[in-house]
Design a protein around this ligand. Sequence first.
Ligand code: ZN
Ligand code: ZN
Length: 345
Amino acid sequence: MDVLFVSPGPDLRYLIGYDAVPLERLTLLAARADDEATLIVPALERSEAERTPFARAGGRVVSWGETDDPWALVRSAVGAPRSIALDPQMWASRVLRVQKEWPDATVAAPPVVAGLRSVKGDDEIRALREAGEAIDRVHRRIPGFLRAGRTERDVAGDIAEAILDEGHSRVDFVIVASGPNGASPHHSVSDRVIERGDPIVIDIGGTMPSGYCSDCTRVYVIGAAPVEYVEHYSALLEAQERAVAAVAPGVPCEAIDAVARTHLTEAGLGEAFIHRTGHGIGVESHEDPYIVAGNTTLLVPGMAFSIEPGFYLEGRFGARIEDIVVCDEHGAVRMNTVSRELCVI
Ligand code: ZN
Ligand code: ZN
């Protein structure tokens, strides 16, 4: 590709450390294959852009006034490229404008930056470890928030506060799924009152000041869970352990999914495991590589992803155990170390 255009979003944060808010005024990184990149920003955001690592390292920043045509600046930065790569999350309005500006160019959204992002460097792994430690501290505080008679929403409020207290700069999601709500993997929170004996699936994550994300799921129960649930849970724990143990360089992503799925199928829970085993994580909480059947990508050292098998039985209960792991030369290194046992309160 002759040119890469990146608009505000995770790719821009990853490439140049600029956490620009996506607004209607054009902010665009235009990177030519044969020249330096140019960051085009609205004049009122110039001072923010000047503070980015990109600008501090001498990167070229040009700004446009309220009545200027920002695309004229883009045209003078890139000339007449024959092929243009776009970041895959670019707004449709921008994509259409690019096609109008360069009608003869090939325009595509190849996974240029996604490929770079999927393999982490040492500093990124350090950031993911810090994020993992922070969310583990939140999980350790959760038993203190859970009491029969409180609602999921009450508990979620305390958890959101703890996510910030423990070092995140943003709460990305808080799932508190008690009793039958646990059968919906992406249940958020509700006003359901938590009762004794309810398994409670708690999946939480946030973004650290480093820009890297956390994501960890554990299951809690006040009093005793149903006997059948405890049996299912131990099968799930084993499935998660086996999938983590299967991680090694050269192993296809889909093989990790198969390990977890085979074990749960043997335990009679194959039909109840209704999602993929995991997703990559970094400056976004879901990114490449995806740990799913059909993904033949081979793991390489530096890939970071979740391993989160679960079971979901409609109208009854559910469970998921989720850790972030990093593949190194030998196998998986867990970023989450808080106990994976069913946490009985
Ligand atoms: Zn996850
Ligand atoms: Zn999660």
